[in-house]
Ligand binder design. Structure first.
Ligand code: NAP
Length: 355
């Protein structure tokens, strides 16, 4: 084993979301004895969802946490191990890979599947850091009920913002949906649902509007926010431009809770020192296309699946599909290594792995 490695594994999967767990089920059934590392958001994005209505096989829907728990039980049943651990770095300069966790533990492994998902984006505005968890949230389904009876503000114009705004009408006095431009990005079906709530008087839409500051305290929560509005959209940009700054309407607005629903950032920091290719937003590039090896990255033995790769579909079912493909691709890779006698032995150092 390499000088600072504590343990060797045949296959490590980073992430216990849908992609990682599906990869775990397939890998365990292929006798690749996967270790699935669970990060700070166990179960991934799906655990932040109440009802999943579009996952095939559940005609009545299923709750996100329940689906994740079932998948975890299924993976474990076939021999996958799960462990809490956040990957700090991967050394892909030699084989086996060296995987360093934030807690200092170091694994070596013959193959690695990155299924570490994506985390909610924030705006980086004043008040955000202090008030996150104290009136500011990135998950309506997790936190909406805490603010029963309050006015709530949702930021975003995609499906997530529409879903969250609709969900929050259960608890809010009024939900204010704030979007930075005129057109929504969301699917028509979601916009229609929101418009029904607008007609009911439960949601009010403010387009061409952005939040520039959150005001409040951790003791009392959010008191009010500062909003900016410009009829041509993207008001903060207009505010920064001396030619349009005067046209921007800046005002304070009382609300009891704020929910950001402005998309996600992939969790790929630990891959930046490797030779895998990341796109300009940090998403992991895989081979894609049709035929074998779709989840391969540019680094042999390192595969990618789920939201860490997919910035477009981002669906539970597509993540599951990619997870299964990654496990199959990893199995083919490991089988080749085994045939060539190049698999690392559990207690062999990388220097002797080729012997
Ligand atoms: P998204 O589609 O990327 O939408 C993000 C929204 O946030 C956009 O409207 C964007 O505005 C806005 N935004 C981004 N950065 C902003 C900033 N700095 N300030 C103000 N606004 C900002 O993300 P999403 O809604 O999370 O959806 C991601 C994927 O998951 C999509 O493929 C979606 O279909 C899927 N999804 C599906 C469902 C469902 O069907 N049940 C639910 C949730 C998500 P612009 O439009 O101006 O860019």
């Amino acid at each position: 084993m390499s000088e600072d490695a504590d343990e060797h594994r045949r296959l490590i999967i980073a992430g216990t979301g849908i992609a990682g767990l599906t990869a775990g089920i397939y890998a365990a059934r292929a006798n690749n004895e996967p270790l699935i590392l669970e990060g700070d958001e166990p179960g991934g994005q799906l655990t932040l969802t109440t009802d999943v209505e579009n996952y095939p096989g559940f005609s009545e829907g299923i709750s996100g946490p329940e689906l994740i728990n079932e998948m975890k039980a299924q993976a474990t049943k076939f021999g996958a191990e799960t462990e809490h651990g956040i990957v700090e770095s991967i050394d892909d300069s030699e084989r086996p890979f060296r995987v360093r966790l934030q807690n200092g533990h170091v694994y070596t492994c013959d193959a690695f599947i990155a299924a570490s998902g994506a985390s909610a984006r924030t705006l980086g505005i004043p008040g955000e850091d202090e008030l996150m968890g104290y009136g500011l949230s990135t998950c309506a389904t997790c936190d909406g009920a805490f603010f029963r009876g309050e006015d709530m503000l949702v930021v975003g114009g995609g499906d997530a913002a529409m879903e969250e705004a609709t969900f929050l009408t259960k608890f809010a006095d009024t939900v204010y949906l704030i979007h930075r431009r005129e057109e929504f990005r969301a699917e028509d079906v979601w916009i229609d649902r929101v418009m029904e709530q607008v007609e009911e008087g439960d949601i009010e839409i403010r387009k061409n509007t952005e939040v520039t500051a959150l005001h409040g305290t951790q003791e009392e929560g959010i008191d009010y926010v500062t909003l900016v509005e410009h009829p041509a959209g993207h008001p903060t940009e207009k505010l920064e431009d001396p030619e349009t700054a005067d046209e921007v309407n800046v005002y304070d607005f009382d609300v009891g809770a704020v929910f950001f629903a402005i998309g996600h950032t992939p969790n790929t920091d630990y891959l930046t020192e490797t030779d895998v290719e990341l796109n300009e937003d940090g998403y992991l590039r895989t081979e894609g296309g049709s035929g074998a090896g779709q989840t391969r990255t540019g680094v042999e033995g390192l595969f990618g699946a789920g939201d860490v790769v997919d910035y477009h579909y981002q669906q539970a079912v597509t993540a599951a599909g990619m997870g299964s493909k990654a496990a199959i691709d990893a199995d083919e890779y490991l089988t080749e290594l085994e045939r060539a006698g190049e698999l690392a032995e559990p207690d062999a150092s990388p220097a002797t792995a080729d012997d």
